[in-house]
Design a protein around this ligand. Structure first.
Ligand code: GTP
Ligand code: MG
Length: 594
């Protein structure tokens, strides 16, 4: 059974790869010096704390038995000084590392967003937008622990383990070896749960992604949800996805909770064992160790296991972060299928001759949407494309902007194959008004200026007047400075179309593409608009897609497509005379109007 995309866990295209973690070092590189200094400070503070048990040992072995107050005070001051130094270092580390972590997160987020902006339409067509969002926002955020504290902590702790072992060896070699017997046990347990734990975190990140996809889809479709009273049904889906996320998280975190107590137990067991053993040895006079040395040594055991505990819990952070890093790098590595050829040149100033030469195209392998499309449009001509829903009209114009790669054939503009020019230079010279007009949050002025940020206010107003948008804009609260919300809430569909129309026009393109530009505009406005446009379209090649034939009647050439193939081509009069598909369509609309 086909399931909704938000129910399907994303398969990882690549398996577990420790290289992913190494890749993070690219982002760490600029901070090499900072990391070095922080590590240095942490090492010094770590060494300083190592002296505390020695100080205690001295107090117990000499200062207290000899009742030497001045030595006790001196030792007390030493401990105080060490504590102050450690707290200062910790403060510096937190501040510097948090800043560094956030800067790196900023860089990763920038890279992923930059990359997403260049990904082809097909990438967005094939996955829920919520799943893309979750990578840019949540997954990147989740790296914060790893970068801010984790990496430095683990290095410092690993270093401190070395120092602690040195101090322990200094006191007694045999005891040191005995107290580490628990270590292989821990390593064995980690090896057993490692892969389960990693999979559990991958699953949790998948469930989070699914939930996000559903929330995003639900918010986008809220009007339909409410009008069809689907709230209850949606609540059930939401509860299921949210429950899945909770359960997978709990399952993953269970492993995290497992290791901490194991380390604690091993540590406690080693300490008590050493206590019992040493007391036994002291009573039986089998050791030279003093009571002070035993206290110091057992304190080192605690200190030996504490960093191991930190490293083990950091290991959890690594596994969690790895499941996010895999997704982040997968997105950054997503190939940009539509990119400039290595020797691509800028498109020279377009004149506007367009040729489609035996173009075949499919969105999905094998299922051809366009078959053998060939036509020619002369510079300055208006070219209309009509045909039933799903015929392939939008697809034809999308190919002209190179939003998809064609399977075979060629598209030429002024004799230059558009595959050989840079995409930017091509798209910059085209004005596209898409079938779904999209309004960004911001002022109306900014929305119209979207494709030509240097246009003056006068130019914006002139374009708006041409498309008959000026009047309704002026009636709005603040005219052109009225702020419209996301997706143009507060505007009618027709008004949104007019704004998108003005936007396409303002780019002053040599090739203008209008996909159902006026489908939601009343007939009266459309007639007024046609007059203004006639003059404007004179020096441009225009592609006009319309179901309403009155819109395209006067075009220089009309292409009738059906099922991805050209059925007829000619002027309105020629096609009417032909009495074919166009004639039938025209008559049906004409009859309808009668
Ligand atoms: P209307 O706008 O409804 O008049 O149709 P159109 O003539 O513009 O059709 P369009 O070019 O959008 O679509 C042509 C065919 O391609 C249809 O059968 C669609 O199902 C299919 N199609 C469109 N977009 C996609 C896509 O992103 N992925 C896939 N797999 N198929 C698509
Ligand atoms: Mg369409």
């Amino acid at each position: 059974m086909a399931r909704n995309t938000y129910e399907v866990d994303e398969e990882l295209e690549t398996g577990f790869d420790i290289e992913k973690l190494k890749r993070i070092s690219i982002y760490l590189k600029p901070y090499k010096k900072t990391i070095f200094w922080i590590l240095f400070l942490m090492a010094t503070s770590s060494i300083a704390t190592m002296f505390i048990p020695i100080i205690f040992m001295e107090a117990m072995n000499s200062a207290i038995p000899q009742k030497d107050m001045s030595q006790i005070v001196r030792l007390g001051i030493d401990i105080l000084a060490i504590s102050i130094y450690v707290s200062i270092v910790l403060k510096i580390r937190s501040r510097v590392m948090t800043k560094m972590g956030q800067n790196i997160i900023y860089e990763i987020r920038k890279d992923i967003f930059t990359h997403i902006q260049n990904l082809p339409f097909s990438y967005f067509d094939s996955r829920p937008h919520g799943k893309i969002q979750v990578r840019v926002v949540n997954y990147v955020n989740n790296l914060s622990d790893l970068l801010s504290t984790g990496l430095v902590n683990v290095l410092t702790e690993a270093g401190s383990i070395v120092f602690i072992v040195c101090f322990m060896l200094y006191i007694d070699v045999k005891f040191t070896i005995i107290s580490m017997i628990g270590l292989p046990v821990l390593i064995f347990i980690i090896c057993i749960i490692n892969s389960k734990q990693r999979k559990a975190w991958q699953k949790a990140s998948n469930k989070q992604s699914n939930l996000n996809a559903y929330i995003s889809e639900s918010i986008n479709g809220i009007r339909i949800t409410q009008s069809f009273v689907r709230e209850e049904e949606n609540m059930k889906i939401f509860n299921r996805l949210s429950g899945n996320y909770r359960d997978s998280w709990m399952q993953a975190v269970k492993y995290n909770f497992l290791l901490g107590p194991i380390v604690e137990n091993i540590s406690a067991f080693s300490t008590s064992f050493i206590y019992v053993l040493s007391v036994y040895l002291i009573i039986n006079d089998k050791t030279m160790l003093t009571a002070g040395a035993i206290v110091a040594f057992t304190s080192y055991i605690g200190r030996f296991w504490a960093p191991i505990n930190t490293i083990v819990s950091f290991y959890n952070t690594i596994l969690t972060s790895l499941s996010y890093l895999e997704r982040i790098f997968e997105t950054i590595d997503e190939p940009i299928e539509i990119k400039d050829k290595e020797d691509a040149k800028d498109m020279p100033k377009i004149d506007g001759n367009v040729v489609f030469d035996k173009v075949c195209f499919s969105y999905e392998e094998g299922a051809y949407v366009l078959k053998d499309i060939s036509f020619e449009v002369k510079s300055g001509q208006s070219f209309a494309i009509v045909g039933p829903t799903g015929a392939g009209k939008t697809t034809i114009v999308n190919l002209l902007s190179r939003f998809y790669n064609i399977n075979s054939g060629h598209i030429y503009i002024d004799g230059i194959d558009i595959e050989n020019v840079t995409i930017k230079s091509l798209r910059k010279q085209m004005g596209v008004m898409m079938q779904e007009s999209f309004i960004f949050s911001g002022t109306i002025m900014d929305n119209i200026r979207y494709g030509n940020k240097d246009a003056t206010d006068e130019e914006v107003i002139r374009a708006s007047k041409t498309v008959c948008a000026h009047d309704f804009i002026m009636q709005m609260e603040n005219g052109y400075n009225t702020v419209v919300k996301e997706r143009g809430a507060g505007l009618s569909t027709g008004q949104k179309q007019l704004i998108s129309f003005a936007r396409a026009l303002l780019a002053n393109p040599k090739i203008l593409i209008l996909d159902e530009a006026t489908s939601s505009i009343d007939t009266e406005t459309e007639i007024a608009l046609q007059e203004g446009l006639k003059k404007l379209l004179q020096n441009r090649t225009s592609f006009i897609i319309a179901h309403r034939l009155s819109t395209i009647k006067n075009s220089d050439c009309i292409l009738y497509v059906d099922k991805g193939q050209i059925v007829e081509k000619g002027s309105h009069n020629e096609l009417i005379a032909k009495k074919g598909a166009y004639y039938k369509l025209y008559m049906s609309q004409y009859e309808f109007l009668k």
